[in-house]
Design a protein around this ligand. Structure first.
Ligand code: RIB
Ligand code: CA
Length: 303
């Protein structure tokens, strides 16, 4: 089994990524670190704890991470994910607590205790990952892979015309990470917005009537409504689930190796990714077999 640390800002699609990991026998989810993004870090941490408790999953440590970007002010996205970050379903407050450790420390210690066995799936702003790399540059030698949902390479962004939210929310952190020598696979909007989870897919999931399918059926209506209002689409984009899916079955994707420069000037290019031969190459998912992915995802959510 592949050991996974999930680092994210749950967030509805982050929650789907966590559930996909829990439903996949190929993976062992060994920790969840939270970062301020879609919602503040306390809300995101509560959401991670609540999801695990709702699903009666024990012994997966949840670690509260960065409460703000490295330099800029935090700009959350409750309008997309709901005031509670999970589609306003208001799960009961968790009885469990996060473990008292810094997220970057937890990640570093876990990787060093499991050299070349840990994959990080990062689906929020990259603040924790940047702090990890800054305090322990040698970690590049011990991490198996860093899979990141973020960025827009050959298509427009979703926050500005050039920037995707996870990169834009902390471009300075993204620059540290994406321009490093870490073994990175990037899952950008180019693939995550190439198809939607439709209301028909949601109906199939709902029919399973399992704890996970009930939780998804409660979360997604808000998200589908917002996607309809903001993006005039039927269904919704489930960005973060694709990053987790890559860790399970990379053959769902077509990739290319390219270096990327992250723009951090305080202007309209902030958060833009520019292909650069001067930067260390990373693996970029440019295409996804969307029909295969949807079948894969729905099958795992209903089993
Ligand atoms: O741009 C989409 C990304 O930003 C997703 O990870 C979503 O959860 C938000 O964090
Ligand atoms: Ca996210």
């Amino acid at each position: 089994m592949k050991k996974i640390i999930f680092d994210g800002d749950p967030g509805i699609d982050d929650a789907l990524a966590i559930m996909l990991a829990l439903q996949s026998k190929e993976l062992q989810l060994i920790g969840i670190t939270t970062v301020a993004g879609n919602v503040n870090v306390d809300r995101g941490t509560l959401n991670a704890l609540s999801i695990l408790e709702y699903l009666k999953i024990e012994n997966i440590p949840v670690v509260r991470g960065s409460e703000k970007p490295l330099y800029k002010e935090l700009e959350t996205a409750e309008f997309v994910h709901g005031q509670d970050g999970l589609g306003n379903i208001n799960l009961p407050s968790p009885k469990t607590q996060p473990i008292p450790q810094l997220a970057s420390e937890f990640i570093i210690n876990t990787i060093k205790n499991n050299p070349n066995e840990v994959t990080i799936v990062a689906t929020g702003p990259l603040t924790n990952i940047a702090k990890m790399l800054t305090s322990s540059p040698e970690i590049s030698n011990d991490i198996l892979e860093l899979i990141i949902m973020g960025g827009a390479v050959n298509i427009p962004g979703n926050v500005t015309s050039v920037a995707e939210y996870n990169i834009w929310a902390d471009a300075e952190a993204a620059k540290i990470v994406l321009e490093s020598d870490l073994p990175i696979t990037l899952v950008p909007l180019d693939v995550t917005t190439s198809f939607r989870l439709t209301t028909a897919n949601l109906y199939e999931i709902k029919k399973a009537n399992t704890p996970i399918s009930i939780l998804i059926s409660r979360m997604l209506p808000y998200y589908i409504e917002i996607n309809q209002k903001l993006r005039n689409i039927d269904g919704c984009y489930i960005h973060d689930a694709l990053a987790m899916a890559y860790s399970i079955d990379p053959t769902l994707f077509t990739t290319e190796m390219m270096g990327l420069e992250v723009m951090v000037n305080k202007n309209e290019e902030y958060g833009k990714l520019i292909i650069s031969k001067e930067k260390p190459p990373l693996k970029i998912c440019l295409k996804v077999n969307s029909q295969r992915f949807l079948r894969f995802f729905v099958d795992r959510m209903i089993k």
